[in-house]
Design a protein around this ligand. Structure first.
Ligand SMILES: Nc1nc2c(ncn2[C@@H]2O[C@H](COP(=O)(O)OP(=O)(O)OP(=O)(O)O)[C@@H](O)[C@H]2O)c(=O)[nH]1
Length: 341
């Protein structure tokens, strides 16, 4: 089933889903009495499924076999099955073959080579979401399908900027869903930042306008605007997003300063399609990939980095308020191919 129809099904019961998520959401953060693992440990555990498959697959392909067209094809299939995408998988296997074709190679050498090449893909895109202090406010529009982790990411970013001493304001731009507005309000309370809301069913652009007005009047440093992620009616969403962007741009030249898509790493290649769809709706400037602690399909981060070259600002490694991090390309690449760090 394609991700469009999957999300359509989801939308029909999304308020119930959101309600149950809200219950989890209220229970998850700081007060949860669970042992807190380091972000890298959580990332590593999350990538475990991908890394075991890649590492085990490489070992079984390259045990006492040469690097020939057969083993290369098997490696390419393995990388595709691990969500790296066809073109990235081809590129990696082709560069592995250069100068090594028909020669003996060990599985460890293959893993080390892949880790280095993946690191090279990730390094240029690993760029934190930096604010320009000349922007008052610096406006960040958050996009992505429902359930990807937009609201949670907004909460985590708000906390990060607050901790850096910035003043932050949130705008509940998914004006269609009461649960979305409520969830953002809970995050606002938790972080201690104001949340601009309007009655359910209001125009999202009008909400963005009011939020900007207030953020400018109060000389707020950062305004994070949530948006709707229902893609069933793409035309409607496109019109809504375009209007939000237009209204923001009219009020502040060059705004929104960032338009960030939030992607759920557990959805594999769907994440790649989501970037393609949202790029048609808005000028996406960067990516946050969430749920890399869960049963993540981490190869998709490499596929997105290679295909779009968009900055990957941060990764989500849990539901808690602190669980958003910049990532280290070398550690990520090694964890993904199962090299012990
Ligand atoms: N494990 C894990 N869960 C996450 C992460 N980020 C978000 N979640 C969870 O994913 C679920 C959906 O997150 P939301 O922030 O509500 O997603 P959304 O895109 O705003 O979706 P709507 O509220 O439906 O618009 C929630 O249960 C979050 O706690 C993450 O990095 N790791």
């Amino acid at each position: 089933m394609g991700w469009f129809s999957k999300n359509k099904d989801k939308d029909e019961s999304q308020d119930q889903v959101a309600e149950s998520q809200k219950a989890d959401f209220n229970a998850t953060p700081e007060e949860a009495p669970q042992e807190k693992k380091s972000w890298f440990k959580r990332l590593k555990d999350g990538l475990n499924r991908s890394s075991s498959a890649i590492s085990g697959g490489i070992s079984s392909i390259f045990t006492q076999r040469k690097l020939d067209s057969e083993t290369l094809e098997e490696l390419e299939d393995l990388l595709i099955a691990s969500d790296l995408g066809v073109s990235t998988a081809m590129k990696l296997t082709e560069s592995l073959a250069e100068g090594r074709f028909d020669k003996e190679i060990t599985d460890e050498e293959v893993k080390a080579f892949l880790a280095t090449e993946i690191e090279k893909i990730l390094s240029p895109v690993a760029q934190p979401l930096s604010l320009n202090s000349e922007n008052k406010p610096h406006v960040i529009l958050m996009a992505g399908v429902n359930g990807a982790g937009k609201t949670t990411t907004i909460g985590k970013l708000a906390k990060k900027y607050r901790d850096e001493g910035k003043s932050v304001m949130l705008a509940a731009g998914d004006t269609f869903r009461a649960a979305a507005v409520e969830q953002l309000t809970v995050w606002g309370d938790r972080v201690g930042v104001p949340v601009i809301t309007k009655e359910i069913g209001s125009d999202a652009a009008a909400l963005a306008y009011e939020a900007l007005d207030r953020a400018m009047a109060e000389a707020v440093d950062v305004l994070l605007i949530d948006t709707a992620g229902r893609l069933q009616n793409r035309e409607e969403l496109m019109a809504e997003l375009a209007k939000v962007v237009r209204v923001i741009g009219k009020k502040i030249e060059n705004a929104p300063h960032d338009t960030v898509i939030v992607l759920d790493a557990t959805t594999g290649q769907n994440a790649v399609h989501q970037v393609e769809v949202f790029q048609k709706l808005a000028q996406i400037s960067g990516i946050v990939m969430t749920k890399l602690d869960g049963s993540a399909r981490g190869g998709v981060l490499v596929a997105c980095a290679d295909k779009f070259g968009l900055p990957v600002h941060a990764i989500g490694v849990g539901e808690g308020i602190e669980d958003l991090d910049a990532f280290d390309p070398k550690q990520f690449a090694e964890a993904l191919v199962g090299i012990e760090g």
